[in-house]
Design a protein around this ligand. Sequence first.
Ligand SMILES: C[S@@+](CC[C@H](N)C(=O)[O-])C[C@H]1O[C@@H](n2cnc3c(N)ncnc32)[C@H](O)[C@@H]1O
Length: 367
Amino acid sequence: MSTTLLERLAPGAGETCPPELARRRRGRDGARPARGGAGPHPPGPAAPGTGSHTPVLASELLELLDLNRDPPAQIVIDCTFGDGGHARLVAERLGAGGTLIAIDRDPLAETRAAALAAETACAVRFIRSSYAEALELLAGEGLRADAAYFDLGMSSMQVDTRERGFSYSFQAPLDMRMDPDQALSARVIVAEWDERRIAHALRDYGEERHAGAIAREIVRRRAQDPIETTQELVDIITSAIPVPARFAGGHPAKRSFQALRIAVNDELGQLDRALPVAWELLRDGGVLAGISFHSLEDRRVKRFLADRARGCICPPDLPVCACGREPQAVLLRRRSIVPSDEEVQSNPRASSARLRAARKLTAQVQP
Ligand SMILES: C[S@@+](CC[C@H](N)C(=O)[O-])C[C@H]1O[C@@H](n2cnc3c(N)ncnc32)[C@H](O)[C@@H]1O
């Protein structure tokens, strides 16, 4: 990595959008995505008192991160800063000696991080990027962190900003991009992907039983007229689902909208790429935690942490261990932590949340 990039990424540099990341966000040729159809929808500032995100499982996360331990100058990476709800609590614990590295690809998060930096005693460094890329850059710098955590999915700020098209409840252009500079949007998927690919996405990311019928209907309708808005898509999805099944599992468009959002933002690919890098960034004794909102994410976090916590993998009939594999981690809870009834009552968006965490063990030195 060049010195210039290191300098730009230096803690205390404030808001950070390294040119390398900006270029990668815009695509290989560095060109901005073309505006067309629904076009990019820069998020307007959230109206005062609206759009703020209630952090989920916050006290449980803080307890697992265990930030009151030595050393006093700790570094924590919030991979999904959002509205900074978790980050604010972490920053309070870190105090003046600590550093919070905040990552998000949404420009609205950048504004929130600047506000937090102005208020908090700890150093705040914001990286506007996908977390997989940002973590790779931090690893390239040789950074070591005491904790890293992911609070996956979208923020309330995103879903409540109607014009960003995340919600099937609001009429809006089809969009769903967390990073408005990115070329791929829900409109592009619906307009350009072939029927098989759309059906796969709906099935794999939304566990939608009627994926084939919905994809067929999308392709049929788009041949007549471009599909531009969330409500046009909701109508198409609803009409493709047999009447008795329409409201059987909640809103008929719920699963398809989840699937499109995951596809647009490559959410699972990002997580698969980021988890090993986040793990490498941890010091011995550091904690990696993940809050997931659906089984596709939770399964990944669970498997990743369980794999790190696994020791010998020899067949059980072998009398002595031949693999020599030592666990790299200890799981901080055997099972996932879920929100209390009180939390779900006060914040229904927390209902599907699951928190998992593991602590990195000191590497065994082989004699
Ligand atoms: C659930 S919200 C986080 C909320 C935050 N913990 C809080 O308390 O305010 C998830 C955030 O992660 C961001 N995000 C999701 N996937 C991302 C990725 N691959 N790279 C960077 N940011 C991502 C979204 O833009 C969103 O702001």
